[in-house]
Write a protein that binds this ligand. Sequence first.
Ligand SMILES: [Zn+2]
Length: 240
Amino acid sequence: MSDLFDREYVCPICGHVFSSKQVKTSAIRTKAREKDFHATFYGENPTYYGVICCEACGFTQFENDFKKAVSEKWKVAIRERISSHWRTQNFLGQRDTAAAIKVHLIALLNYKVLETSYTTLGKLYLRLAWFYRELENESESKKYVKLALDAYVMSYETERLSDEPERELEIIYLIGELNRQLGNYKEAVRWYGNTIHHEYAFKNRLLITYARDQWALAAEQYAQEKNDKVLQEENERKDT
Ligand SMILES: [Zn+2]
């Protein structure tokens, strides 16, 4: 029996009615979770199906956003900047990693037209980083880690996250973790510290455990890097 089922959607831009595959909740089997929330699965990966794409006009959004009404102003913007260039593509069936990347890139174009929040952009960039990691494409993955980091920093600095303290806590933690992945160990430690000392830290014990573990890892990586530099300098001195 398939792990997928059809869910029906109505496009808020063009009115097209279509079915797109989703993973049955009962079929989701997590294999492993990484410290930037990337999860791998036995069988279908539900993250691949997170965005919905209208085959008729190209309107593409995270599932929750796809179901929301769109104001006239934004409908015009999507028609002009997305639909008028749209050549029918369909992401309605089973998706592999490559299809997930394509449909998330289309979502990115749509969200840029809608001048969406940095929080949403960060979420999209991070998913693209995960997908490229799965394909072992390190350079593309790193590019999207960097974009996700910049978006989350902008989100933290310019968007009112204090209304959603738990979301804010996650973003602060991710700013730490993405800095660590990029080798910015000192910055990483600062943001892990901000996570642990956040006033809502008590609400997410798992995240605090992650922040403590990753803090220790970043400190270790920083020491290792310093050590490597000293060794390298000594070797260079010997050579001259
Ligand atoms: Zn449509």
